[in-house]
Design a protein around this ligand. Structure first.
Ligand SMILES: Nc1nc2c(ncn2[C@@H]2O[C@H](COP(=O)(O)OP(=O)(O)OP(=O)(O)O)[C@@H](O)[C@H]2O)c(=O)[nH]1
Ligand SMILES: [Mg+2]
Length: 218
């Protein structure tokens, strides 16, 4: 990372929502995290924000039950100035047990679908997949549906510490190929390995800047 990288310097929980009128104001660009239950969405938010306990984590699937909005302040030092901006991270309930779990099915056909299909400020969806597993039908279904919605998607392969470095790299290559992604649309991530954090934050910021979504002040 160069001196000019972005870092997240502040994060706070703003609100939980299940209906559009509960989405927070002021509107800011949003980055949503989706993936199977237990894949590590809430843990990734805590890692990006460097705040354990900001988003609730559990070893039991189904912990997150609402759309949870976190407001982040990001900063970048350039040679002549200091840039600052704000955006929301949005933690979503997991998918994957929708077929067997009535409540999860209702959430996915209801407020989660509404949010992803209609959110006008949604600049990027990070779809998380456990690096140890092959793509599951529910992952492929979700990915195809996000594409149909015309959303920008970045794939994050979580729990990279559970594999050797070589095995992790092979998984990145295999999933990249199956989904037909470019190099910049997929990253591996591991919460206990903080070296990946800035790389990931800067991938997000590149997308937000390219979409001219962020209001950069200096
Ligand atoms: N080893 C390892 N464990 C992780 C990592 N990320 C998350 N976990 C563990 O995975 C489990 C699930 O994490 P959560 O962050 O609650 O997962 P979630 O996707 O938010 O789950 P739901 O809210 O139920 O959909 C917890 O036991 C975490 O400690 C990681 O990078 N490495
Ligand atoms: Mg969660």
């Amino acid at each position: 990372m160069t001196k000019e990288h972005w870092d997240v310097i502040r994060a706070e929980f703003v609100t939980s929502a299940v209906r559009a009128e509960q989405y927070p104001k002021p509107y800011l660009p949003e980055v949503a995290f989706i993936g199977r239950s237990n894949v590590g969405k809430s843990s990734l938010i805590n890692s990006v924000c460097r705040r354990n306990g900001l988003a609730r984590v559990s070893s039991t699937p189904g912990k997150t039950q609402t759309l949870n909005f976190y407001r982040l302040d990001a900063k970048r030092k350039t040679e002549t100035a200091e840039d600052r901006t704000q955006f929301y991270l949005v933690d979503l309930p997991g998918y994957g047990f929708a077929r067997t779990n009535h409540k999860n099915k209702e959430q996915w056909s209801g407020f989660i679908r509404n949010y992803l299909e209609e959110a006008p400020n949604l600049a990027l969806v990070c779809q998380l997949i456990d690096i140890r597993h092959k793509l599951m039908d529910s992952d492929i279904e979700a990915y195809n549906w996000l594409m149909e919605c015309g959303l920008n998607v970045h794939i994050v392969l979580t729990k990279a510490d559970k594999l050797s470095k070589n095995a992790a790299m092979s998984q990145v290559a295999a999933i990249r190929k199956s989904l037909g992604l470019s190099d910049t649309q997929i990253t591996a991530y591991s919460v206990p390995q903080p070296a990946m954090r800035l790389e990931f934050i800067n991938r997000i910021m590149t997308v937000l800047e390219a979409a001219s979504e962020v209001n950069i002040e200096n």
